[in-house]
Design a protein around this ligand. Structure first.
Ligand SMILES: Cc1cc2nc3c(=O)[nH]c(=O)nc-3n(C[C@H](O)[C@H](O)[C@H](O)COP(=O)(O)O)c2cc1C
Length: 183
């Protein structure tokens, strides 16, 4: 399985780091693209440089490189997830405005009928944000706000992050025991 992982400049870079680690441990091929604000937030929130993020991926593509393999539907990948997904990136995807590799790869994922998950993060949400989410949800994009459930009684931030990571893996149809399942 090949997965495209996009990181944009919303809060929650810790989810991206956790997902990349989990996919690496599972031996799944990842194609990583990070926006410039995605880099900034990952450094600020996690102390992770672009080289650190790159080291967790199989292949890294520059967001300015619109000629990268993942910008074409003829390059076969299975699914894509943007985590975290900013409202700006959400807007670009909802409007087909592909001015970066990340937004172009989302556009390709949609046009090829492949699974796309957007881990959207902002609060509160404006009608513009909600409208963009609705447009994408109606064409089959999975809108996944990484909002934690507390019924599993998480005790640490790591518990919360792993639970969210497990939910993303579930949505990617990847078996895992990270998420705490209701019994
Ligand atoms: C520390 C920090 C946290 C941010 N958190 C969010 C957020 O949660 N959601 C969001 O939509 N934008 C957030 N932003 C603003 C985005 O980074 C900004 O809109 C940027 O243009 C997004 O560009 P990108 O989608 O190309 O990464 C944050 C910015 C900073 C510096």
């Amino acid at each position: 399985m090949k997965i495209v992982v996009g990181i944009s400049g919303a809060s929650g870079a810790i989810y991206a780091v956790s997902l990349l680690k989990a996919l690496k441990e599972l031996g799944i091929e990842t194609h990583l693209v990070v926006t410039s604000m995605g880099r900034h937030v990952a450094e600020h929130e996690c102390g992770m440089s672009i080289n650190d993020l790159q080291g967790l991926s199989s292949y890294y593509h520059d967001n300015e490189n619109l000629a990268a393999p993942i910008s074409s539907g003829s390059f076969k990948v299975d699914k894509m997830v943007v985590v975290p997904c900013s409202m700006k990136t959400l807007s670009g995807v909802a409007n087909g405005y592909s001015d970066s590799l990340l937004s172009r790869a989302c556009d390709v994922t949609i046009k090829e009928g492949r699974k796309l998950i957007l881990a959207v993060r902002e609060t509160p949400l404006s009608p513009i944000h909600l409208k963009n989410m609705l447009v994408l949800s109606q064409i089959g994009v999975t809108i996944f706000p990484p909002s934690p459930g507390f019924y599993s009684h998480p005790e640490t931030v790591e518990d919360i992050v792993l639970n969210i990571t497990g939910k993303i893996l579930d949505l990617l149809d990847i078996d895992n025991d990270l998420t705490v399942r209701w019994k």
